[in-house]
Design a protein around this ligand. Structure first.
Ligand SMILES: Cc1ncc(COP(=O)(O)O)c(C=O)c1O
Length: 387
């Protein structure tokens, strides 16, 4: 079959490819420690699973509205307004199968051929993939490693111009765990408001923050008509496989995004949405407990990596990733990631899986047990001592 020309511009998320390679090695009898994929190793809390079971038993097995069922849109609006301190009403919410479709739909809805989109690099690879696929021009904004991977706000503000159609932010950030301080968010909000540029604020890790308090750009002055917040249930409630996420945006934009959803998937599964209501309205203690455990693992992996010859490692403030600098090992990022998998049985990602500015780094997800993290550290150290 002859593919459309635009398919040559589509990128991917390497984590899924490495997962397949790691599983193939396991099928050959190898033992692999999985630090490649970004998903909590915890089970979804019992009361959320019970809500889905009840929903199925009560017949929530039919199509629902494209923008999401009213109960969940209402619960999301309440949660978002409370946590972010920004206006959020049910009409501003679109529920999607995971947060990812919000990226695709928003870029599709706003970006014409040749339009510039500013995005973090290194960053979640789907941003650049989607910008290119749609024919936009990706304009990378660097992160400052020396400042714990804060986004270079000065560079971003300088790059906003007449062709800028969208700014994508992600904080806490994948793959570095960095955040954007409030002053930086204010500066970005000012420049975006001045030029009338919408902001896609990916806050999927907003409840996985180990230092300080999450502030959303949606709450900054001038942002009400411009902010589109992406969030979801995958990371906060250990619900990656459920495929449940959402966007909160100005109501007219929500109608556009819902229309794209009608075209793409019709709607999000109804019984998972009822589980989402239970997640937001029910007991939150499991979220706090998971965060305590993630913080403990973060500290262990940062200390462990810092002790490995040639590794330097910033202490991330949020999410569940570390992004050590490996330039002093003498290896390129991809070469070292490949050797770690093939020779040491540690699956991780090359920094370059997150864009050109990821060279010189690896990404490890610490959403795995302390025991597995310690085993991975032993194996990494063993490989480097031997090389
Ligand atoms: C930065 C970022 N945004 C969005 C997502 C999408 O998550 P989901 O589609 O599972 O809600 C991910 C998942 O890894 C992510 O890392």
């Amino acid at each position: 079959m002859r593919l459309s020309q635009r398919m040559a511009r589509l990128g991917t998320e390497t984590a899924f490819e490495v997962l397949v390679r790691a599983r193939a090695l396991e099928a050959q009898g190898r033992n692999i420690v999985h630090l490649e994929i970004g998903e909590p190793d915890f089970d979804t809390p019992a009361h959320i699973r019970a809500a889905a079971n009840d929903a199925l038993a009560n017949g929530a097995t039919h199509y629902g509205p494209s923008a999401g069922i009213p109960e969940l849109r209402e619960a999301i609006a309440e949660d978002s307004a409370r946590r972010r301190g920004a206006k959020a009403t049910p009409e501003m919410v679109v529920v999607t199968p995971g947060g990812k479709p919000i990226m695709f739909f928003v870029i599709l809805a706003l970006v014409d051929e040749g339009d510039e989109v500013l995005y973090p690099n290194p960053g979640f690879p789907i941003y650049e993939s989607m910008i290119r696929y749609i024919g936009g021009k990706p304009v990378p904004v660097r992160l400052l490693e020396e400042k714990g991977f804060e986004l270079d706000v000065d560079q971003l503000c300088e790059q906003v111009g007449p062709k800028t159609r969208l700014i994508i932010l992600n904080y806490p950030h994948n793959p570095t765990g960095g955040t954007i301080p409030e002053a930086g968010l204010r500066a970005i909000a000012n420049v975006a408001a001045k030029h009338g540029v919408p902001i896609l604020s990916d806050e999927i890790y907003s409840r996985l923050l180990y230092e300080g308090e999450h502030k959303s750009i949606a709450a900054m002055p001038g942002m009400e008509p411009l902010a589109i917040v992406l969030d979801g249930f995958s990371k906060t409630f250990a619900m990656t496989g459920w495929r449940l996420g959402y966007g909160v945006m100005p109501a007219p934009m929500a109608q556009v995004v819902a229309k794209l959803q009608t075209n793409a998937t019709s709607c999000t599964a109804t019984f998972t949405q009822l589980a989402g209501v239970a997640a937001l309205r029910g007991d939150q203690s499991s979220v706090a407990a998971m965060n305590v455990e993630f913080k403990r693992r973060r500290d262990a992996i940062v200390e462990g990596l810092r002790a490995i010859p040639g590794f330097g490692c910033a202490r991330p403030k949020g999410a569940f990733y570390v992004f050590p600098n490996i330039t002093r090992t003498g290896f390129g990022s991809k070469a070292l990631a490949d050797r770690l998998l093939d020779e040491a049985g540690v699956a991780c990602l090359s920094g370059t899986a997150f864009g050109e500015f990821g060279e010189g780094h690896l990404r490890f997800s610490y959403a795995n047990s302390m025991e597995n993290i310690q085993e991975a550290l032993r194996r990494i150290e063993g490989l480097l001592r031997k090389s």
